[in-house]
Design a protein around this ligand. Structure first.
Ligand code: HCB
Length: 214
C-alpha cells in the first residue's frame, strides 16, 4: 500500500541506502502509487529524522550527505513520473527560484521547482548559493511574476531580507511577488521582512503561487 511504501521510503533514507530508496521509487511507479506523497511523507520524513539526529549529535555530516544522496536518487527516479502528471495547460506564469547566498541546501528547493513546473509554471531554477545581486538581475532580465528564495539555515535566512531591500533599491520590488521558504522560515518571518508568500512545502507553494496569479 501507499503507507507501507512511504514507511519503507522513510526507513531507506534513514539507512542511507540509496539502492533501497531507488527500489522504493521504482515500485511506486510500477504499482501506480502517489509519487508526491512518497516524497513528502516518506523521503522527506526520513530526512527530517536525519536532521534531528544530526542536531542531537548522534549522526555526523557524512551520514547527512549519504542520506541526502539517497533521497536525491529517489527523487530523480520519480521526477519523469511527476512530469507526466503535468497539465499541458497554458503557461500560468514565470517563477524564478534559488537557494539563498551562503546556503547549499538544494533538495527542498528543487522539489518546489519541479512541483511548480508540473502545475504549469515556467520555472527558472537559479541554483544554490545564489548571490542577492543575482536575484535582482533575474528579475531585471526574466521579469518573473514570482521570485522565490529558499533558506535552510537560521544564519542564511536573514539574507532573505536583503532580497527585499535590494529589489526596492533597484526599483523592482513592485513588479514582482516574493516567496520565501525553507525549514526555519515561517509565516511570521515572511510578514516581518515583507515577503508576499510563505510556503511551508511544495504543495503549499503551488497553491499559493496559483492564488497569487489570480
Ligand atoms: Co544541512 N543543515 N548543513 N545539509 N541539513 C540542516 C538544514 C540543519 C537544520 C541540521 C541541524 O542542525 N538540525 C542545520 C542548520 C542549522 C541552522 O539553522 N543554523 C544544517 C547545517 C548546520 C549544515 C552545515 C553548515 C553542516 C556543516 O557543514 N557543518 C552544511 C551547510 C553548508 C552551507 O550551506 N553553506 C550542511 C550541509 C548539508 C548537506 C550538504 C549534507 C545536505 C544538503 C544536500 C543538498 O541539499 N543537496 C544537508 C541536509 C540534507 C540537511 C537536512 C538534514 C535536511 C534538509 C532537506 O533536504 N530536507 C537539514 C535538517 C532539516 O531541515 N530538518 C539539515 C528535505 C526537504 C524536502 O525539505 O525543508 O528543504 P526542505 O524543503 C521543503 C520546505 O521547506 C519548502 O518546500 C520543500 C519541499 O516540501 N521549501 C520552500 C523549501 N524551500 C522553499 C522555497 C520557497 O520559496 C518555498 C518553499
Amino acid at each position: 500500500t501507499q503507507e507501507e511504501l512511504q514507511e519503507r521510503g522513510k526507513a531507506a533514507v534513514m539507512d542511507f541506502d540509496e539502492d533501497a530508496v531507488v527500489e522504493v521509487a521504482e515500485e511506486c511507479i510500477s504499482a501506480g502509487l502517489d509519487p508526491v506523497a512518497l516524497i513528502q511523507e516518506g523521503f522527506t520524513a526520513g530526512m527530517n529524522e536525519i536532521g534531528d539526529q544530526f542536531e542531537q549529535g548522534t549522526l555526523f555530516l557524512p551520514h547527512v550527505i549519504a542520506a541526502s544522496e539517497a533521497m536525491s536518487a529517489g527523487v530523480e527516479v520519480l521526477t519523469p513520473e511527476l512530469e507526466k502528471l503535468s497539465t499541458k495547460s497554458e503557461n500560468k506564469g514565470t517563477i524564478a527560484i534559488g537557494t539563498i547566498e551562503g546556503d547549499i541546501h538544494t533538495i527542498g528547493k528543487d522539489i518546489v521547482a519541479t512541483m511548480l513546473k508540473i502545475a504549469g509554471f515556467n520555472v527558472i531554477n537559479l541554483g544554490r548559493d545564489v548571490p542577492i545581486a543575482d536575484y535582482v538581475n533575474a528579475v531585471k532580465e526574466n521579469k518573473p511574476d514570482i521570485l522565490g528564495s529558499s533558506a535552510l539555515m537560521t544564519t542564511t535566512m536573514v539574507l532573505q531580507t536583503q532580497v527585499e531591500e535590494q529589489l526596492k533599491e533597484a526599483g523592482l520590488r513592485d513588479g514582482v511577488k516574493t516567496m520565501v521558504g525553507g525549514a526555519p522560515v515561517t509565516q511570521d518571518w515572511a510578514n516581518k521582512i515583507g515577503a508576499d508568500i510563505y510556503a511551508e512545502n511544495a504543495a503549499d507553494a503551488v497553491t499559493k503561487c496559483k492564488a497569487a496569479m489570480e
